[in-house]
Ligand binder design. Structure first.
Ligand code: PXP
Length: 238
């Protein structure tokens, strides 16, 4: 069954807007898990405008499910991951000034770098997932890097979904099957929502995990966090 990892960066964004500790990100992690999340994702960025590095250390002890840390594996990020030892690290090629992740890795070009990072994380017992576009070559080189999984960047799927979901999902089904055939686990994330998640999950039933932040935390404003998590989980089990 596909796991739902809740990305709690947005909770930190609200907290940071005011200073202080409201809302409390550690409590959010505890509650998401209590309400049925199968994992917690955090994405510390170099400027710490959402989740701070110190949050990652504070959240780790309350994780009873799966902890996934995402980010660009520069020196500081790599050090954090090796110290905190989450279950999974997702390598994302995000630029310092990007509002949010906006593309997958060119895994062919960065193969040597990725290989080195994957080996380092593997030695520490951490599963590695590489963020890629819906591109078979990217999946092929992700496999060559030794990674355990890929995470498919689903923003283009979400953007194209309203105009025609069959066409929007088609490249993802192809790359997910190719990745699976290469022995990789397949995760997905970015802009997944109550509107588009069900169909994606139906078309790629062997997805290992989705990580969802922006839409889920926004939906929680209206439906409450507990209901919202159940609504997303239902879409994954349909
Ligand atoms: N996966 C990755 C690699 C991301 O960078 C993000 C956003 O931080 C997500 C998933 C979650 O995307 P969203 O917030 O749109 O659900």
């Amino acid at each position: 069954m596909t796991k739902l990892s809740v990305n709690i960066n947005k909770i930190a964004t609200i907290r940071n807007a005011r200073g202080g500790n409201i809302p409390d990100v550690k409590l959010a992690a505890i509650n998401c898990q209590k309400f049925g999340a199968d994992g917690i994702t955090v994405h510390p960025r170099p400027d710490e405008r959402h989740i701070r590095y110190s949050d990652v250390y504070e959240i780790k002890p309350v994780i009873t499910t799966e902890f996934n840390i995402e980010g660009n594996p520069g020196e500081r990020f790599t050090g954090l991951v090796l110290e905190v030892k989450p279950h999974q690290v997702t390598l994302v090629p995000d630029a310092h000034d990007a509002i949010t992740s906006n593309s997958g890795w060119d895994t062919r070009r960065h193969l040597a770098f990725l290989k080195e990072k994957v080996a380092m994380f593997r030695e520490a017992g951490i599963r590695t997932s590489i963020f890629i576009d819906a591109d078979a070559v990217a999946a092929e080189y992700a496999a060559l890097s030794g990674a355990d999984r890929v995470e498919l960047y689903t923003e283009p799927y979400a953007r194209l979904y309203p105009a025609g979901r069959e066409k929007a999902v088609e490249p993802y089904v192809r790359v997910a099957e190719a990745a699976r055939d290469l022995g990789l686990g397949v995760n997905a994330g970015h802009d997944l929502s109550l509107e588009n998640l069900g169909y994606f999950s139906e078309c790629i039933p062997f997805l290992a995990e989705v990580s969802i932040g922006h839409a889920l935390i926004s939906d929680a404003l209206y439906y409450g966090l507990e209901n919202t998590i159940m609504m997303y989980k239902r879409l994954l089990t349909a």
